[in-house]
Design a protein around this ligand. Structure first.
Ligand SMILES: [Fe+2]
Length: 177
């Protein structure tokens, strides 16, 4: 019987190989982010969040050559059916985390990739002061900001990292249903 973990692995091996405006595919990007999380000793849920944070690009049709602009909400809704909030929240917040960083860190926007800069405009641009305050009150703030760092760095063309199968058991352990 095929499980949701099999389905996710299948998504990575098929749709995940398609380009979405970065130098790497969605699958390569997720695997690089998970590898960075792993290297920094992040907990299992946050490693899996890093791996799956862009799954929203794989389950909906793209808005343009840069993928699905609201892939945060779509991905989080998909993951919430199977994984705990410790996985879902950083995924739901990873686009907001970019809007937050742009608002509070003047040098951050200049470091974003061209694709991230393009999608930022479609995602609401920098946060307003009220949005910043609300975001900072979220209990998952720290996890979301860590994920954002990996997200911004996990875009290296041709980097050799562990395959999706290396995360099968961790995904399986975290399943809520
Ligand atoms: Fe990403």
């Amino acid at each position: 019987m095929s499980t949701i973990v099999d389905e996710i692995i299948e998504l990575f091996d098929t749709k995940g190989r398609e380009p979405y405006g970065e130098d790497v595919s969605v699958a390569e990007h997720g695997l690089q982010c998970a590898a960075l999380a792993d290297r920094e000793g992040a907990g299992e849920a946050l490693v899996v969040a890093a791996l799956l944070h862009d799954v929203g690009h794989l389950i909906e049709d793209p808005d343009d050559g840069y993928g699905v602009h609201r892939h945060d909400a779509g991905g989080a809704a998909f993951l919430a059916r199977h994984f705990p909030e410790a996985v879902v929240a950083p995924v739901r917040m990873h686009v907001a985390a970019k809007r937050y960083r742009v608002a509070v860190d003047p040098g951050y926007a200049a470091r974003l990739s061209a694709a991230s800069t393009h999608t930022l405009a479609h995602q609401g641009g920098p946060m307003s002061p009220d949005e910043v305050r609300e975001f900072e009150a979220d209990p998952h703030l720290a996890a979301a900001l860590r994920l954002r760092e990996w997200d911004d760095h996990g875009k290296v063309d041709g980097l050799d990292v562990a395959p999706i199968e290396a995360y099968r058991d961790r995904m399986q352990r975290l399943l809520t249903g």
